[in-house]
Ligand binder design. Structure first.
Ligand code: VGL
Ligand code: ZN
Length: 213
């Protein structure tokens, strides 16, 4: 089948959080999370630019249920910047759980964005921390490199992929989610809500088969 989309010099592949802790057996394992690895490896050579993100929390991070006595994972608490879902301890800086999945091709990446690095604030998006004002620097990087369209894949569809796609669109980039290169957590309908929010924000959805190789 002929490819519908041939990525060019102004396109970038953003690979979100393909880390051991988000794969089955990890601290916050996403169902079939590891299934994205061969898909992402297959499409990477078609992109001139690849950036990876890595969830990278210090011990005792604000998003960990263990930091909030009396609270359990997947409950919600009120943080200074709004509601915060509490997670099992995950992606602790320098631990094996925070490492990329061992089969993920990482040599092509031009940059790795680490996020959620400050103890007091979470960051789902690759662009802004959850206060929606503290920038990671990724938007500036993309503008300086003349990138206009961002293809997004990885984990989890309803959290870090979702918020990265919304912020990419808000920052003025074309945002395209590669659906079969993502998997979601789906906490209380979060996947359907995320898909709706992305569609309303003008995010496009494609299958990896639509990309030229
Ligand atoms: C993520 C929950 C907590 C993600 C990161 O990568 O989607 N989800 N930290
Ligand atoms: Zn996290």
């Amino acid at each position: 089948m002929a490819a519908d989309i041939i990525p060019g010099e102004r396109d970038l592949l953003l690979v979100v959080d393909v880390q051991n802790d988000f794969c089955p057996g990890g601290a916050l394992g996403v169902p079939e999370g590891d299934a994205v690895v061969p898909v992402i490896n297959r499409i990477q050579p078609g992109f001139a630019h690849v950036v990876l993100t890595q969830d990278w929390h210090p011990p005792g991070h604000q998003s960990f249920a263990s930091t909030h006595p009396g609270h359990a994972p997947f409950e919600t608490v009120e943080a200074a910047y709004g509601p915060q879902t509490l997670w099992p301890d995950h992606c602790v800086q320098g631990t094996p759980g925070a490492a990329f999945h061992p089969d993920l091709e990482t040599t092509k990446a031009e940059m790795i964005v680490r996020k959620g690095t400050r103890a007091e604030i979470d960051s789902y998006s690759a662009f802004y921390e959850n206060d929606h004002t503290t920038a990671t620097g990724l938007a500036g990087y993309l503008r300086e490199r003349d990138v206009t369209r961002v293809f997004i894949c990885g984990l989890a569809t309803d959290y870090c992929v979702h918020f990265s796609a919304l912020d990419a669109a808000r920052a003025g980039f074309e945002a395209v989610v590669i659906e079969d290169a993502c998997r979601g957590i789906d906490l209380e309908g979060s996947l359907a809500a995320a898909n709706q929010a992305m569609a309303e924000a003008g995010v496009a959805f494609i299958a990896s088969a639509a990309l030229g190789d």
